[in-house]
Design a binder for this molecule. Structure first.
Ligand code: BGC
Length: 854
């Protein structure tokens, strides 16, 4: 075991028992975040770069432009240049893996603070929370001796099915960009480089390494790039990671337009562009278009990396000028010097401190969104309630180690159930029940032994265009559940799905197969079900299995688009429906912790539909009918359908809220914390309402972003589609009044700033925070523009009856669209409107003004 702590520290959940942690001394708390960044004090960096560069051989320069292990680039010890170590990000510092492969290094002291996911940060709409998040991440990265943290991610949630939405900051470029900039500054103030990712247009995981993103230029500029632009210009981010996907026919990492022209040209980015792990590039284009570091390429030797020997040869042969390589080396040295890698006064960080755990809880609390609260079902009054029924798959599920590269080996993780028990105390009786799915539900991940590389249980899927299985669709896919849905909606394909399972108990096991078409279900190579039906039908067979023995389950299917493999196994302790409904009727309150998990929200795989997995919808509907005081608490990183929403009195949305999730959820449920989160994504009623699906623009090959700039709430508003819950929606246990909108002028000219103020008053009985959203409408544009766009937000904390003035300022760019004729931003003369809103569908104040261009 390797160790960087003198003594290993252990914390038990919820602060029940806290032992002290020995950390390397740090000066982190002594100065404010803004001043602390030693980068700002480091002088003469450009001279040092030139002096180092002048002493370097060609081989030494080349050694810096590619990986020398899974997560580092080389050192040049004779010049005092150290190995530069990177780590995921973005929800905590990832556990240590082996130097040359993905296996765990089996350290025992590489736990870190597991922070709320970035969508939870976005839901806080609070730059202070982004700062707190970044500060913990930066300090912990330093303490683990990392130089570069691979986060935050700012790809936008265009498609609810996208597996990585949970790693990003919602659907709006301004919200994501402003929060990312705050997070980046805080990370970097710890002498660690942040990495904004994935540049650009990584909006689906389906065939992520080859799908070709082809948005029009205006859509690229107005929707998909601004968050990166904020990260560069406002956050002064040191590193940018390219995306896996292509952009206009070439890999995004080597796109001249994205990298050379925009990122490094127009935005003046002077840090490094590094690849995502194992991308499809070529040495020449990557080199001349501005890629600086290549990571994760799947080749036998690091010398075979595109930016290793092959680049060296291009330079020796005179095909790529030395100045191109020198520019890369300068950038790499620049970020190393900025973060103090050659400075003995570099900050040393701290990790797993109580302060960091409190930060995790605070961010989690601020990200929780109260979607609905009729009849004041919430907060629960623990002096009045005596019996609470807790149900749902997320009640005791832990999420830290799921999701892919953003997984975190948490020091501990409080489940929703643990948090609730601690908050309600001994006087409230909590009953926990697990509902059985109805006719058939996919085999639970807990029994599946086969793993996706992300570490989560997985079914491998091979798809063929013909019966003979000679023509494959794409490479092997992986499914989180034993439920198949053709990604392309293709009839008559042949699909082979397989995984290994391990039963918990010996005895009779009932296997089921539901399909339309024909299929064989094999167990260890032996056919146990031969199904053939023109209509959708359920087939089943009983076999004897032995506990803890591994069995191979395989289905070979030909048919029309979907099938489910189910399993009723002894050992799964389900409560029969009549029993849990009887318990629900008698309970003072029912809390159902449902939603998704990282079996669904995860890297490399998109969900196949927007429905809740298993029979959650059915169970929730029945619970809602049984008890009016049922709270549906959703834990998910992307939108799900909630067909029962109308029936529900109370719905809360909690995200993957980190190691203190359970405590933070309970804080809101019992009213210790007044919820103040707002949705950073639109929650559509159904997937067909979303642009990529409605416009048939989601497939493995090309993505045209056909909706143009009308993405997210911009789409719902333009098409007049009612979402289930709008972007920006979120309730509080108190109420707020908006009054006194004032504009500094009603006739704005050219480069003037417009100041907008209003008064917010807490008109309820408890303290609370309101997120005020400023939207702008261009009322008379020469091009089609969204009905309104978010151009500012502010969170104000108010005591009952307290009022505060909120001030926003708008500039010309806030009024502009990307003019494809001039290739520049254009604010057109004419009428605009400022709207101050509590949600995209809840405008409280508005006022028009005119803009006069020069
Ligand atoms: C992910 C990146 C991550 C990298 C290193 C890739 O699969 O796309 O976000 O930083 O792996 O783990």
């Amino acid at each position: 075991m390797k160790s960087i702590l003198n003594k290993t520290a252990v914390y038990l959940a919820g602060g029940l028992l806290t032992l002290s942690c020995t950390t390397v001394p740090t000066n982190n708390t002594e100065v404010g975040l803004e001043q602390r960044g030693a980068q700002h004090q480091r002088q003469n960096i450009e001279q040092q770069i030139e002096s180092l560069l002048a002493q370097m051989t060609l081989e030494e320069k080349i050694s810096l432009t590619h990986a020398n292990s899974k997560f580092s680039i080389a050192s040049i010890e004779r010049l005092g240049i150290h190995e530069m170590w990177m780590s995921d990000g973005p929800h905590g510092v990832r556990h240590e893996i082996n130097r040359h492969n993905w296996g765990s290094a089996e350290w025992t002291d590489d736990h870190s603070t597991y922070l709320p996911n970035l969508t939870a940060v976005a839901a806080s709409w609070n730059k202070e929370m982004a700062k707190l998040h970044g500060d913990v991440l930066g300090a912990e990265a330093r303490h683990r001796d990392k130089d570069v943290i691979l986060g935050p991610g700012v790809n936008l949630a265009r498609l609810p099915l996208y597996g990585r939405n949970f790693e990003y900051m919602g659907e709006d470029p301004l919200l994501a960009g402003k929060l990312a900039a705050a997070e980046i500054k805080a990370i970097q103030a710890n002498d660690v480089a942040a990495t904004v990712k994935h540049y650009a247009l990584n909006t689906q995981e389906l065939n992520r390494i080859a799908v070709d993103a082809k948005p029009d230029e205006r859509t690229l500029r107005e929707i998909y790039l601004p968050a990166f632009e904020y990260a560069v210009k406002e956050g002064e981010v040191m590193a940018v990671m390219g995306a896996y996907n292509r952009y206009m026919g070439t890999n995004a990492n080597q796109s001249k337009h994205l990298v050379k022209d925009i990122l490094k040209g127009e935005w003046g980015f002077d840090g490094v562009l590094l690849t995502d792990w194992n991308v499809d590039i070529n040495s020449f284009d990557a080199a001349i278009n501005g890629l600086d570091i290549e990571m994760g390429t799947d080749v036998a030797s690091y010398d075979d990396y595109f930016l290793a020997k092959p680049l060296q040869k291009l330079i020796v042969d005179g095909k790529v000028p030395m100045s191109v390589l020198d520019d890369k080396v300068r950038r790499i040295l620049r970020i190393q010097l900025r973060m103090g890698m050659m400075d003995k006064h570099r900050l040393s960080g701290e990790r797993n401190t109580i302060k960091h755990q409190q930060a995790a809880r605070r961010i989690a609390q601020e990200g929780i969104v109260l979607l609905k609260n009729n009849n004041d079902v919430l907060p629960l009054d623990k002096n009045k309630i005596r019996n609470v029924l807790v149900m749902g798959p997320n009640a005791d599920k832990l999420h830290a180690m799921g999701g892919g590269s953003s997984q975190v080996k948490a020091l501990y993780e409080i489940s929703p159930l643990q948090g609730l028990k601690a908050a309600l105390g001994d006087n409230v009786n909590i009953t926990v029940m697990r509902a059985k799915s109805s006719e058939i539900s996919p085999i639970p991940g807990d029994f599946v032994m086969s793993r996706h590389w992300t570490g989560t249980p997985a079914w491998s899927v091979n798809r063929y265009k013909n019966k003979q299985m000679t023509e494959k669709w794409v490479d092997e896919l992986s499914y989180p559940e034993s439920a198949y849905q053709s990604p392309q909606g293709i009839d008559n394909e042949t699909v082979v799905m397989q995984a290994q399972i391990k039963p918990l108990a010996t005895g009779k096991h009932h296997f089921k197969l539901k399909l339309q078409g024909s299929a064989k279900l094999k167990l260890d190579g032996k056919s146990i079900i031969n199904a053939d039906s023109n209509n959708e039908k359920l087939f089943s067979e009983t076999v004897n299995l032995t506990a803890n023995q591994t069995y191979q389950v395989e289905v070979i299917y030909q048919g029309n688009q979907s099938f489910v493999i189910g399993w009723d196994a002894p050992g799964l302790e389900f409560t029969p429906e009549n029993e849990y409904l009887a318990a629900a009727k008698q309970a003072d309150a029912v809390i159902y912790f449902g939603g998704l998990s990282h079996d669904d929200d995860r890297e490399a795989i998109d969900r196949t539909d927007m429905a809740l997995p298993g029979s959650q919808d059915e169970i929730i509907s029945k619970l809602l009918a049984a008890n009016q005081n049922t709270v549906v608490f959703m834990i998910a990183g992307s939108a799900v359908e909630m067909p029962w929403a109308e029936q529900a009195n109370a719905i809360v949305w909690g995200w993957y809220a980190g190691m203190e999730a359970g405590n933070a959820f309970a804080d809101v449920l019992v009213g210790k914390t007044n919820p103040s989160g707002k949705m950073p994504i639109t929650l559509p009623a159904k997937i067909a309402d979303t642009p990529a699906i409605a416009l048939n623009d989601y497939n493995e090959h090309d993505s045209y972003y056909k909706e143009g700039v009308f993405m997210g709430y911009r789409w719902f508003e333009a098409k007049n589609i009612q979402p289930l819950f709008a972007f920006g929606h979120g309730l509080s246990y108190t109420s707020f009044e908006y009054s006194d909108i004032k504009l500094s002028t009603d006739k704005l000219t050219s480069d003037e700033q417009l100041t907008v103020t209003c008064t917010i008053t807490n008109t309820g009985k408890v303290a609370g925070a309101e997120v005020v959203q400023l939207y702008v409408q261009d009322s008379e544009a020469s091009v089609a523009r969204p009905i309104k766009e978010l151009k500012g937000f502010a969170k104000v904390m108010l005591q009952p009856n307290q009022s505060e003035t909120v001030t926003f300022s708008l500039n010309k760019r806030d009024l502009s669209f990307w003019d494809v004729n001039t290739g520049d931003w254009l604010a057109e003369s004419g009428e605009f409107k400022v709207m101050l809103a509590a949600a995209a569908d809840d405008i409280r104040l508005q006022q028009a003004f005119t803009y006069q261009a020069k």
